[in-house]
Design a binder for this molecule. Structure first.
Ligand code: DAT
Length: 185
């Protein structure tokens, strides 16, 4: 039975992981967090700073943002087999480097600034990192990235402010998945 691949993207803190895990569990799909995958990835990378352990799918470290830089090509190689099988909910705060053919639907979660600010602050973000992430949401950077990387018809923005939003989104996506399965099997 064919199953769809769902990309969940958006600014850090909008609720991708919360929605992605719950959706995967309800729909019987598998959940992949690209950030975590990179952290746990296999294979050695030469010449990385000590902060990036050998084997991670990183190609360097961004001093300004205090975070590792993903080795996008290796991440794609790592995921290719699973994605071509289908049935994956993929979670990442970027979307322009995945092959377009991987996804049947692309969901961009959106959160109001004040709420996002509180969520990121309680995650320990401060200063430039906090400001930049808020700006990323204000400028709808991930939405722009999604519509320029995928067919507009498959890109949907979903509000992710409250638990009610979460439930509504889950219901809607579950219906979409059921319809997709009917249409494609
Ligand atoms: P992300 O994976 O996009 O970084 P997350 O799933 O870790 O985001 O969520 C960040 C925080 O926000 C976390 O404390 C859970 C909370 N949250 C997520 N979705 C929410 C929603 N729809 N309503 C209220 N809080 C939500």
């Amino acid at each position: 039975m064919r199953r769809p691949n769902v990309l969940i993207t958006g600014t850090p803190g909008v609720g991708k992981t919360t929605l992605g895990k719950e959706l995967a569990s309800r729909a019987g799909l598998s959940y992949v967090n690209v950030g975590d995958l990179a952290k746990e990835g296999q294979g050695a990378v030469p010449n990385l700073p000590a902060v990036c352990a050998a084997g991670e799918l990183y190609e360097g470290f961004d001093e300004e943002y205090d975070c590792p830089i993903l080795d996008e090509d290796r991440v794609i190689d790592e995921l290719e087999d699973r994605m071509s099988e289908g049935g994956v909910v993929l979670d990442y705060h970027g979307c322009d480097f995945f092959p377009e053919r991987w996804f049947h639907v692309v969901l961009v979660l959106r959160t109001e600034n004040a709420l996002l600010y509180d969520r990121l602050q309680s995650r320990g973000y401060t200063g430039k990192k906090l400001q930049d992430n808020i700006q990323c949401e204000i400028f709808q950077t991930l939405y722009e990235e999604a519509v320029s990387s995928y067919k507009k018809e498959i890109v949907h923005q979903l509000p992710s402010n409250t638990p009610e939003d979460l439930e509504r989104n889950l219901d809607q996506i579950m219906q979409w998945i059921e319809q997709w399965m009917k249409d494609n099997n």
